[in-house]
Design a protein around this ligand. Structure first.
Ligand code: PEP
Ligand code: MG
Length: 587
């Protein structure tokens, strides 16, 4: 492939979806929403301006409804994302505040909307939680659609592309992503977004490579530039030299071969080469994702993060609404198990309507079980919904952020009280639901022997456990290089948790990110953690690795790791012994 005289340039971003593609860039613009007219309006023009705004919102909403209708079958499970956008059109933060701004500041609708969106972005700017960052991006996408209607611009239609290209954009909205035709679009790259953004979720569903978070790199690209998207390493290579092209053609071939082989075997059981059986489950946030867990060969749902049903709304959901959602998940997954993690809000997942005072250290504040034990009515509504849904499938319940025995006892007492109420009301429910706790606070590890006698299972939440054990904010990029689940202190904690669970005869699972990372797998197998729950897309690769490894060998290896005193030594030992099993071979 001729590359002309242009010099090869490499941009590093974030891996949004794995895979490699090579092709021509197709620049997707944000026409109509970058240059906004500003003018003041008189008192009697206000009504007209408000009507213009409302009409633009209505048209934008109808456009989105049409897109939802036309969304291909393969993406139906992500329709929820677009439906969240429908709700946002009338969100107080966007709709209400823009109307207020027109009234108060005597400005045209475009300018009022632009300022409101800038305020919302500023509000979210310092929040590290990728989910909330995603919410802010959703608001921008929705407002762009309203804005285009106000200024009379057209959205670039990705669905009309009819040549093989790689999309390049500052950002791509989920609505645009859902119009991608796999026949023509090989992959895409954007300046914005992160691993947890909706755009990358959709890219993973489509199975096309994508690199996000390139800063402003895409501004230096042009239509028809030859680019390589390395979605595994999160890298984009522009104007590749001939030898780079050859190298990547080969990587692409190997990656595709490997992916085809692991997906062919994803429904086989995860039994190690020496006969140990593992359960590989999925972590999900929404009922729609059950399909993805099943498609990727998951043995159930090891973590249902229930707080997501509480976001993007203005008040707490009621029992019936929760019950129906939970029942749907259980019925779709049956007879496989579903573990409901009770509400883990506040901390990094703040909800505006909780009306709890601002905290200096939210991660150490009124979060998760602490919030629920304080707001008992909110908690009981959820417990009742879970108990009722549990009559329709294989449900387990677990409490997050447990730090002492008192919390477990109080939570269980409330659960019993809810079961009793339901029995009194003659409502169908399952009072025998297994009860577990998440182990994610170091004090719970210290007290693991005591706690193990009170519950049916432990589930290790390494995302928080590492944060609290090493005193490293999990969302702070300044200290991200210190955040490592292979720190010897973490390994010793994990060993203690497993040992105490074994002594008490209860099961132990892991549902933190550590569980889905191939590099950590030999250690987790070696520690004897037989249940691993992860992002559904990671399931096939982890199952494949389990089948190729020997449990008893991992055990001996992990014993030697527990003697190490530095993180780097642990990592070097894993690379040396198990590097050959890792997908990173392709990078
Ligand atoms: C964890 O802390 O590891 C966990 C799974 O919970 P979350 O990431 O939702 O805090
Ligand atoms: Mg957690």
């Amino acid at each position: 492939m001729p590359t002309g005289e242009k010099k090869e340039v490499i941009f590093q971003g974030i891996s949004g979806a794995p895979g490699i593609c090579i092709g021509k860039a197709y620049m997707v613009g944000r026409e109509g929403v970058d240059v906004i007219p500003q003018y003041t309006i008189s008192q009697d023009q206000k009504t007209r301006e408000i009507t213009r705004f409302k009409t633009a919102v209505r048209t934008a909403k109808n456009e989105l409804l049409e897109i939802i209708e036309a969304t291909p079958e393969a993406l139906k499970e992500h329709i929820q994302i677009l439906e969240t956008h429908l709700v946002l059109f009338k969100d107080k933060m966007l709709y209400g505040r823009t109307l207020e701004a027109i009234e108060r500041e005597n400005v045209n609708a475009e300018w009022a909307l632009k300022n409101v969106v800038a305020e919302v972005r500023a509000m979210f700017q310092d929040i590290e939680d990728p989910y909330l960052q995603g919410r802010s991006t959703d608001i921008v996408h929705v407002s762009d659609r309203i804005m285009r209607n106000l200024v009379g611009a057209k959205e670039e239609s990705i669905s009309s592309i009819s040549k093989r290209v790689i999309l390049v954009a500052s950002d791509i909205s989920p609505a645009q992503t859902s119009q991608i035709q796999l026949e023509w679009v090989m992959g895409f790259v954007t300046d914005h977004g992160g691993t947890a953004s909706h755009t990358s979720i959709i890219a993973r569903t489509l199975g096309i490579p994508c690199v996000l978070g390139l800063g402003d790199a895409t501004s230096s690209l042009h239509n028809d530039d030859i680019i390589i998207v390395d979605g595994i390493a999160g890298r984009v290579i522009v104007h590749p030299e001939d030898n780079t092209l050859l190298l990547y053609e080969e990587k692409k071939r190997r990656f595709e071969e490997h992916r085809a082989s692991i997906s062919r075997s994803s429904h086989l059981p995860a039994i190690s080469a020496d006969g140990m059986e593992f359960q590989v489950l999925g972590n999900i946030e929404l009922a729609e994702e059950v399909v993805s867990v099943r498609d990727h060969g998951g043995n159930g749902i090891g973590l249902l993060r229930t707080e997501f049903l509480y976001l993007s709304r203005n008040n707490f959901p009621g029992e019936t609404e929760l019950f129906e959602q939970y029942r749907e998940v259980l019925e779709l997954m049956a007879p496989a198990p579903v573990t409901f993690r009770t509400l883990d809000i506040n901390g990094d997942k703040a909800i505006s309507y909780t009306l709890t005072p601002e905290e200096a250290n939210p991660a150490l504040g009124l979060r998760a079980i602490r919030f629920c034990l304080k707001k008992k009515e909110v908690f009981k509504t959820q417990l009742r919904a879970i108990l009722r849904a549990a009559a329709y499938g294989n449900a387990q319940i677990m409490f997050p952020m447990i730090s002492c025995l008192e919390e477990v006892r109080e939570a269980r007492k409330l659960l019993r009280a809810c079961a009793k109420e339901l029995a009194g009301e003659e409502k169908r429910h399952n009072p025998e639901i297994p009860v577990g706790i998440m182990i994610e606070v170091p004090s719970a590890v210290v007290m693991a022997d005591v706690l193990a006698r009170e519950v049916d299972f432990f589930s290790i939440g390494t995302n928080d456990l590492v944060q609290y054990l090493l005193a490293i904010d999990r969302g702070n990029p300044q200290v991200a290089h210190l955040y490592n689940s292979l720190n010897p202190a973490v390994l010793r904690m994990l060993k203690r948790i497993v040992d105490e669970a074994d002594k008490a005869g209860i099961s132990v699972a892991m549902c933190g990110e550590m569980a889905g990372d191939p590099f950590h797998l030999p250690v987790l197998m070696g520690l004897g953690i037989r249940e691993l729950s992860m992002n559904p897309q990671s399931i096939p690769a982890i199952k494949d690795m389990i089948r190729n490894m020997e449990g008893h060998e991992c055990r001996l290896f992990t014993e030697s790791l527990l003697e190490k005193s530095q993180t780097q030594e642990v990592m070097d030992a894993i690379s040396l012994k198990y590097g050959k099993f890792m997908q990173t071979d392709f990078v």
